[in-house]
Ligand binder design. Sequence first.
Ligand SMILES: [Zn+2]
Length: 325
Amino acid sequence: MSQRVAIGIDFGGTNVKVALVSEDGRILAKSTAPTDATAQPASVVGQMAELAESLLIAKRIAHDNVVGVGLGSPGPLDFRRGMVLHSVNLPTWENVPVRDLLSTHLDLPVALDNDANAAAFGEYWAGAGKGGGDFVMLTLGTGLGAGVVLDGKLLHGHHDNAAELGHMIVVPDGLPCGCGQRGCVEQYAAAATVAKRVESAIKDGEDSSLATRLQAGETIDAKLVVEAMKQGDALCERIWDEACMFLAITCVNIQHAFNPQSIVLGGGMAEAGEVLLDPVRDHFTKRTWRLESDRPQIQLATLGYDAGAIGAAGLAWKMRLMRNK
Ligand SMILES: [Zn+2]
């Protein structure tokens, strides 16, 4: 019997990533193609299906050995109807029944979830949280995405918008956020917003070794902030440390809301490794309550940019288990 697989699709505004994933969470084959953000949804879904079919042909896996498809998509979504309601980065995507479209193309059942949840499920199932219990992931990229896995299931909430932890308010009347609130942690502790805060401080006249780069028209990103900090740049040190403090406060709040075994940090900012993890842990220890046995482990993600596709496939495997019950 040939190997059984699930198809995991990580659908983003920039790329579509498709992977064939085994029952124990290993990628057997994968491919990536740029997303045509202006194309009609039906043709984008067709492209996803073609990528999947070519992988199956290349690996000589028969359709009968595919247990299902998982799709991690930008949201907001309507889980019950399997729809993308709309998307900031994909203007043609309005009320798209993506689950049924994809299911028809591939003649397979499709599990749909949002991209941050799919990545969180990937780390829970096959990455930093593997084999563990209740789990929260924070993805520190352009924004601050999150996913919460309780009793083996992603938390969705009554209105399907649970686990939007990036929009927890940490600064009353703080920086405005795209969501309409002020002082969301996303504005202080995501890769893009840390860089943006350094940039605006320099524009406001603060000293930094990055000032010349900014004047030369370069864009400051989180990687440059970390490099400058390692060279002793005081402004970058301060803003990075504040980001770590706000993340630690978020972790304390997560501890009290969900009482997880682990909280995992992923996304571009987590590429800084210990430079991120150590200060977050220090701030956390200083700020959490006295009950030491209650503390979650704060860890770095291990699957990198494959987390979304692996997690989507994991949702398909899980859906199959549920069907066979
Ligand atoms: Zn917000």
